[in-house]
Unconditional design. Structure first.
Length: 167
């Protein structure tokens, strides 16, 4: 049940966050072995789909991952060097906010929102909102880890597969 709740929570956070932040793209990612995997996305677009995997170096989230801090940019073309970022070249996003998801003492992934349009600077409330999503996802992951192995198997079977594309 917890894995289904986690999947449902991710999609709910992405829907709510996109509306509140006025940023159309919302993603929950899992980062491992220098790879960035899209776990949930609210707007499938080109290669950017649930389950897609990219080199971490080609994502804006690499800086969230390495700094372990929230990063908020409202005008990427105004930040020296970012216009040459591999993602900006292929998918020119202007506004971005991402927060690290902590699990087991490390950055497990990110929750992030972006837009091809510029926007006003993010407010403290908006930054806190994105951090709260990341914290809630991290807590769900901790709860799943705390389940006895047999319960986790029953949960997995009951929910089919975690993070399956929501239709």
């Amino acid at each position: 049940m917890l894995q289904k709740e986690l999947r449902d929570s991710c999609y709910a956070f992405l829907k709510e966050g996109s509306a509140k932040l006025k940023l159309p793209i919302g993603i929950v990612s899992h980062i491992y072995n220098n790879l960035y995997k899209v776990v949930a996305i609210n707007l499938q677009q080109g290669d950017l789909t649930t389950g897609a995997t990219f080199p971490l170096s080609q994502t804006y989230c690499r800086d969230v991952f390495t700094s372990e801090k929230i990063i908020a940019i409202t005008e990427i073309d105004g930040v020296p060097g970012l216009q040459r970022h591999p993602l900006y070249v292929s998918l020119p996003l202007e506004a971005y906010i991402g927060a690290p998801i902590h699990h087991n003492g490390i950055v497990w992934g990110t929750v992030n929102f972006s837009s091809p349009e510029h926007r006003e600077p993010f407010s403290e409330c908006e930054i806190t909102l994105v951090k709260s999503y990341a914290d809630a996802i991290g807590k769900h992951l901790d709860e799943i880890d705390a389940l006895p192995k047999g319960a986790l198997h029953r949960t997995h079977v009951a929910s089919r597969a975690p993070f399956k594309t929501k239709k």
